[in-house]
Write a protein that binds this ligand. Sequence first.
Ligand code: T3D
Length: 257
Amino acid sequence: MFETILYQVENNVAWVTMNRPDKLNAFTEQMNKEIIKALKSAGKDTEVRAVVLTGKGRAFCAGEDLAGVNEDTDHAEFLRKRYNPMIRELASLEKPVIAAVNGVAAGAGMSLALASDFRLASEKAAFVEAFIHIGLVPDSGTLYYLPRLVGHAKAMELAVFGEKVPAEKAKELGLVNDVYSEEEFQAGVKAYAERLAHMPTKAIGLIKRYLYKSWDHDLSDMLEYEAYAQRTAGKSDDHREGMKAFFDKRQPSYSGK
Ligand code: T3D
């Protein structure tokens, strides 16, 4: 079904693994398309309640495969056709997405991680805003996400100097949620993803949707969005189960509905 990625669903988690390890999982047009297809499929599949994006081999993703870029490349069309739809798909997927950053994430590979809802890093991971080294500007959502994650001043520094940020430093900056030793990385990501996959999925989807809205809406709008979101969440089976479990003094068992 896929040639450049692997896709597997296990314990309510969809694992999307970029699979061009000999090219540090650099993007090709086909890989962009296959990631979009995988995200759409995870969105539609009611069994899937969390998504993990990761890379095969020593890298997470080295950004665009530069072998495909030349003087005739129309960079704007490149982004509109290939990268922007991928980032939009990720942002609009109302299920939690974890970037499991196993190795270097550079250029649009870093953008993909930034657009995810959670970033878990192996101690071997590093983040590079590589664009500047080839005279380009950060794209694929980085100019949106980066300042929101690390603040304007740090975003400017990372984007302009393009220095490699190791995992621990990335955690200090607020770029990643957690760092694991190489040995513990796989099990740590699995536990994190499965924990998310057994939480109230609808409520998580609503949290994601309205946190995005908060970035360009005022308090008054947000109070109204909260009321709307709470009505929706309040009608879910998971709310009913959470309430029942509270009064029964037991752990809730959420269905994601
Ligand atoms: O129109 C547009 O272009 C807009 C779209 C833009 C999207 C983008 O992502 S632009 C940014 C593209 N990415 C980069 O510029 C990153 C380039 N790569 C690097 O900076 C470094 O390779 C890394 C920091 C990712 C990793 O460094 P390191 O030291 O671990 O590995 P390396 O030795 O540099 O690379 C290993 C091999 O992978 C090497 O090939 P070789 O010498 O073994 O044959 C290297 O050329 C190749 N490689 C790494 N990144 C890419 C790549 N080949 C093609 N495309 C790459 N992006």
